[in-house]
Design a protein. Structure first.
Ligand code: NAD
Ligand code: AHE
Ligand code: ZN
Length: 369
């Protein structure tokens, strides 16, 4: 079938709207009509060429929501008409990883997913007879996409697509990092680096668990109001403090953060996040993804003296199990999504959404088809 897609033909170039061809679902696969998709900084990371796993040409996008329109042989858990959120972290419930309660990183299809292919090693997308790569197993920058059955979470039908698409990455990643990864306790002190689409959800998660001090760090002063809107208690702009930001944060938190979260993807702030965590017990959680060739460093003494450096993907969430619950939390008013979706636009304007992100003017842009 012909589908409308925003195609990344080359690294570093704007996306191009094109009519591309999509094959129907094969065994264990589903065809989903994407109704809305958010634009996460990870899409920009890959579009820019910084992603060591980036493949071109590709259909990017991993924060979508839509409706199942067809299923391949053997599909049992969803049917045409079901509302779903695509999962870049699938949940097969059978692999060694799914069976280990310590991780959400289902590995059932990770190898082919990283090669931009479906689990059978082929692509469903093509343009003018030439193969296009899938992306993160989701490719939501198209009005139809094909996904493995294990990579869709069935959600309630009264939830609006333009809002719940954000649960497909940002909301779950931020809140999940607090609840599933850090397992932050009521009364904890936390520092959040980067108050964008992910960091604000970390703040929302910290507020939910009853954190005491929630310090936000960002270079953009406009983010102060945004952080406060979701529960931030203190704001630090590193450009506006005298001296070293780590010492400042350690002093502000009375000895260091119980938990710190890096939501930027910058190896310098990753180090600062670790080093502002509390001696003896502080845990620093890396959420941001850093470009090809970049590495983190610190004095080993930071770890010897009891700080832990950790990381999280998709907020430690098991998608088919946890995503429907997070949608319920939103629908029940337990968490907020609407104010963070600052821009909604047709897919034809998708490059403007990337510009808004670059200029710090959006929290989340959502495109519709
Ligand atoms: P964003 O662009 O919306 O937000 C980034 C924020 O960081 C902005 O507010 C910006 O002003 C701030 N910032 C940039 N440089 C800074 C610096 N040096 N010091 C302080 N603040 C700075 O991005 P996002 O969508 O929130 O994504 C954040 C990061 O998380 C990205 O690296 C993204 O790829 C990653 N991510 C990871 C996961 C995961 O599962 N681990 C999931 C989603 C996103
Ligand atoms: N391809 C990059 C890594 C990118 C990355 O870490 N992705 C996160 C999700 S970011 C969502 O916005 C993730 O899920 N990681 C686990 C995994 O298996 O990819 C690189 O550096 O190669
Ligand atoms: Zn994302």
């Amino acid at each position: 079938m012909d589908v409308k897609a925003a195609v990344a033909f080359e690294a570093g170039k704007p996306l191009e709207i094109a009519t591309v061809q999509l094959e129907g679902p094969r065994e264990g696969e589903v065809l989903v009509e994407i109704m809305a998709t958010g634009i996460c900084h990870t899409d920009e990371f890959t579009r820019s060429g910084a992603d060591p796993e980036g493949l071109f040409p590709a259909i990017l996008g991993h924060e979508g929501a839509g409706i199942v329109r067809d299923v391949g042989p053997g599909v049992k858990s969803v049917k045409p008409g079901d509302h779903v959120i695509p999962l870049y972290t699938p949940e097969c419930r059978e692999c060694e990883y799914c069976l280990n309660p310590k991780t959400n990183l289902c590995q059932a299809i990770r190898t082919t997913q990283g090669k931009g292919l479906m689990p059978d090693g082929t692509s469903r997308f093509s343009f003018e007879g030439k193969m296009l790569h899938h992306y993160m197993g989701t490719s939501t920058f198209a009005n139809f996409t094909v996904l493995p059955e294990i990579a869709v979470a069935k959600v309630r039908e009264d939830a609006p697509f333009e809002k719940i698409c954000y649960v497909g990455c940002g909301v779950t990643t931020g809140i999940g990092a607090v609840i599933n990864t850090a397992k932050a306790e009521p009364g904890c002190n936390a520092v959040v680096f980067g108050l964008g689409g992910i960091g604000l959800n970390v703040i929302q998660g910290l507020k939910l668990v009853g954190a005491n001090m929630i310090v936000g760090v960002d270079l953009n002063n406009d983010r102060k109001g945004w952080g406060e809107r979701f529960g931030m208690t203190h704001f630090v702009n590193p450009k506006e403090i005298d001296g070293d930001v780590v010492s400042h944060l350690v002093e502000l938190t009375g000895g260091g953060a119980d938990y710190s979260f890096e939501c930027i993807g910058n190896t310098t702030t990753m180090r600062q996040a670790l080093e502002c965590s509390h001696k003896g017990w502080g845990e620093s959680i890396i959420i941001g993804v850093a470009g090809a060739g970049q590495e983190i460093s610190t004095r080993p003494f930071q770890l010897v003296t009891g700080r832990s450096w950790r990381g999280t993907a998709f907020g430690g969430a098991r998608g088919r199990t946890d995503v429907p619950k997070i949608v319920d939390w939103y629908m029940d008013g337990k968490i907020e999504i609407d104010p963070m979706i600052t821009h909604v636009m047709p897919v034809e304007q998708i490059n403007e959404a990337f510009e808004l992100m670059h200029h710090g003017e959006s929290i989340r842009s959502v495109v519709t088809f």
